[in-house]
Design a protein around this ligand. Structure first.
Ligand code: DGJ
Length: 730
């Protein structure tokens, strides 16, 4: 790490430091700070990349804000951090001591060291800018040399002033089976705080990512938008304070509620990164920035195409047995799938996992269900030409488990209290803050992979929140570290797993979409969006989720009709057309499918293989939002070279002879000519555009006409219409 003296005119890739000026740049973004030694660090500007000619003037004329306001000394805005020093003083003052920069894997990290003039207490304000992605990450690292621990009571990762006007907040919220639902609301005076207090999973009820549209009601395609994503999987607080004056103040970080942190001298308290982006191409533009950054720098294997899989859960639930599994593997292989994932129900000897009431913690094969074990299934998968994956929930135990009998002290629970149970009336969370528990959880993964190195995919589930505050590992005086230590423990385990098993694909599932966050994605390849596989509701959930997460992370499965969650019946074509817009998979018992349905899936899987690079690695353009409420949703993906595109069009509501808006396309090269081919076609006659060529300019100005209904025999008519068009540059 180079520590810069404050010399004028010093240029570094991605960061220019002038006396007291820090200009952080990505290809399209600028973030400007003032870091005068001995003074507070000041935030000056965040937005589109500035020409050097403007930087000087902006520095002279723009209002400057404390870049990381500390509680207790002359503050006039909500604080980003607060601490009680060893002598009981609750005020902190942070002054610039130095600025240092370092290059790191295609990025530049800038560290503004802030120091309290009275106490030996430092906060490093850190920024990471990428050479090839328009996202700037910010976080802090706090350390001190006071005589006794300092208690941190507030610790935002980042803090950003945003000028007031007609500013709207977009955020995701929901519940089990209803994750990732999108809300747009105008910011009004007061504090809008989005929090999570689950303890384990943090994206079911709310999400740690937001967008701020600066030009009024959010548009998918136009207007200036700031995006912020907290890269954390634990409890968080993302708040926007709108106070008297000209600014909103966005702050995001670990939720300090019940989590004050007693920091001993010498220990570094690092907050998770807050990823910031900006686009003037509407919310879709901000999403594309997140997606590109995520695929390049944040997701495990963000550049690797995902396999098409069949997951056993909705097909057989706990009724795992060898012949059925064999048959399912044969079925997915015959439809062209590439992977079979054996979900819950395969383990437990003393307490077999026949339902959700027992067995969690005992990761030994249930030989009654699988007499020939996993080796045999792996061999058989191999013979069928597919890979094999398996489900675990290693952070949890059931009271009815050998694990709990041996280690009752490993569960999260307060002393002197009876535990409150979770799923099935007998589930408990293991205390991942305890290093022995970390070894155990790592061991669950490690043993499976050591014994069965051919396992290609692990589905890692987590189906309970922290219902009992109390660590049997932490000292009484440290109980408020429970949540933070849990997630540090979780990250340690993930890090160890990835060091040893860099290649295996790992899915983050947590009662559905409870772990859709950038805290887990460095170690996980994807997440399960929701236990609700109803395609109509999935259009809404996947739309919302795509605000922050690319298609490659969104596991999207074709399931049975009626849907087990909503009991809504939908045609196979519609289920396929929705699932193909994410990471395609299946989640049903193929033996209950008709031959026609199997044939449709076989064809869809073959076609998905062709469009997979565009869907999974391309840029997403959301065109017509289902949240508009007019019964139509449409979006498309375009490859980076703009030679390939896939256009999705789904009706989410049906009124007979209702005329839908025509949807202009986006993201194409206006000068290229594209040939149109309909995928998953069921109509007797082709669409008028079938096989025809159009310029990108035409398609982006006019779109293509979509008929009101499918041209199929009366008995095949339904109230669900959908289209998928492939666009190939000539
Ligand atoms: C919850 C998950 O979301 C489901 O997909 C499934 O894996 C079950 N757990 C298994 O118990």
């Amino acid at each position: 790490m180079k520590r810069l003296t404050f010399l004028a005119g010093l240029f570094l890739a991605g960061c220019m430091a002038l006396p007291a000026q820090v200009h952080l740049t990505s290809p399209g973004l600028s973030l400007i700070l003032e870091a005068e030694p001995g003074q507070k660090a000041r935030f000056v500007y965040f937005g589109p990349r500035l020409a050097e000619a403007d930087v000087k003037t902006v520095l002279e004329t723009e209002k400057k804000h404390d870049a990381y306001p500390a509680y207790g000394m002359g503050f006039s805005t909500p604080p980003a951090m607060a601490a009680t020093h060893a002598d009981g003083n609750m005020s902190t003052e942070l002054r610039v001591e130095s600025v240092a920069t370092d290059s790191l894997d295609g990025s530049v990290v800038t560290r503004i060291r802030l120091k309290d003039p009275v106490y030996p207490f430092n906060v490093d304000l850190c920024y990471r800018v990428w050479n090839d992605a328009d996202v700037i990450e910010t976080w802090t690292e706090t350390v001190h040399k006071e005589k006794k621990p300092v208690v941190l009571t507030q610790f935002a990762s980042g803090w950003l002033p945003v000028q007031r006007g007609d500013v709207w907040l977009s955020s995701l919220s929901g519940s089990w089976g209803n994750e990732g639902m999108l809300t747009h609301e105008k910011l009004t005076p007061g504090v809008k705080s989005i929090r999570n207090y689950d303890g384990v999973r943090n994206s079911q009820a709310s999400h740690a990512e937001v967008m701020l549209s600066l030009d009024g009601k959010p548009s998918e395609t136009q207007g200036r938008v700031i995006g912020a994503a907290l890269c954390y999987s634990g409890n968080f607080d993302v708040s926007v304070a709108t106070e008297p004056g000209k600014y909103h103040y966005l702050s995001a970080g670990i939720d300090p509620a019940n989590s004050s942190y007693s920091l001993p001298a010498g220990e570094v308290f690092a907050t998770p990164a807050l990823a910031l982006t900006y686009s003037d191409e509407g919310t879709s533009g901000a999403s594309r920035n997140f997606h590109r950054w995520a695929r390049k720098h944040r997701i495990a294997h963000g550049d690797r195409l995902r396999k098409i899989l069949l997951n056993s859960w909705e097909g057989i639930y706990f009724d795992v047995n060898e012949p059925v599994v064999e048959e399912m593997m044969g079925d997915i292989a015959s439809m062209g799938g590439e992977l079979f994932v054996l979900d819950d129900g395969w383990f437990g000897e003393k307490y077999p996992r026949v339902d959700d009431k027992g067995g969690l913690g005992d990761w030994t094969i249930d030989r009654k269900k699988l007499p020939d074990g996993i080796s045999n299934l792996l061999k058989s998968a191999d013979a069928k030409g597919i890979k094999f994956g398996i489900w675990i929930e290693p952070e949890m135990a059931n009271v009815r488990s050998e694990l709990y009998e041996k280690h009752p002290d490993w569960i999260i629970k307060a002393p002197n209290r009876e535990p409150v149970y979770g799923r099935g009336g007998g589930q408990l969370v293991l205390d991942l803050g305890n290093p022995e528990v970390q070894d155990f959880v790592f061991g669950v993964f490690d043993r499976l992979m050591t014994e069965y190195p051919a396992i290609d995919y692990i589905k890692w589930d987590a189906n309970m929140n922290v219902k009992n505050h109390g660590s049997q590992y932490l000292k009484p005086s440290e109980q408020s570290k429970l949540y933070i230590n849990y997630h540090r423990g979780f990250e340690n385990v993930c890090r160890r797993i990835r060091e040893k098993y860099p290649d295996v694909t790992v899915q983050a599932c947590a009662s559905g979409g409870g772990r859709a966050n950038y805290g887990v994605l460095p170690w996980f390849d994807e997440f399960w969006v929701s236990d609700n596989t109803d395609p109509v509701q999935r259009v809404f959930m996947q739309w919302g989720t795509s605000y922050f997460f690319p298609a490659i992370t969104q596991a999207s499965h074709i399931s049975a009709s009626p849907c087990h969650a909503t009991h809504r019946a939908t045609p196979m074509k519609y289920r396929i057309d929705v699932a193909m817009s994410g990471r395609l998979g299946m989640e049903m018992q193929p033996k209950h499918m008709t031959d026609d349905e199997k044939e449709m899936c076989r064809r869809a899987i073959a076609q998905y293989k062709e469009i997979r690079p565009v869907v999974q690695l391309g840029d997403q353009y959301r065109l017509h939002s289902p949240y508009e409420g007019d019964g139509l949703a449409s979006m498309m993906y375009v490859s980076e070279d703009k030679n390939d595109g896939v256009f999705f069009w789904w009706k989410t509501d049906y009124l007979y002879n209702h005329c839908d808006a025509r949807v202009p396309m986006a993201g194409l090269d206006p000068g290229k000519t594209y040939r149109v081919t309909e995928l998953n076609r069921i109509d007797n006659s082709p669409l008028p555009c079938e096989g025809k060529t159009y310029t990108g300019a035409y398609l982006m100005a006019n779109g293509l006409d979509m008929p009101m209904r499918h041209d199929v025999a009366v008995e095949k008519m339904s109230d669900y219409q959908s289209r998928v068009l492939r666009l190939t540059a000539e």
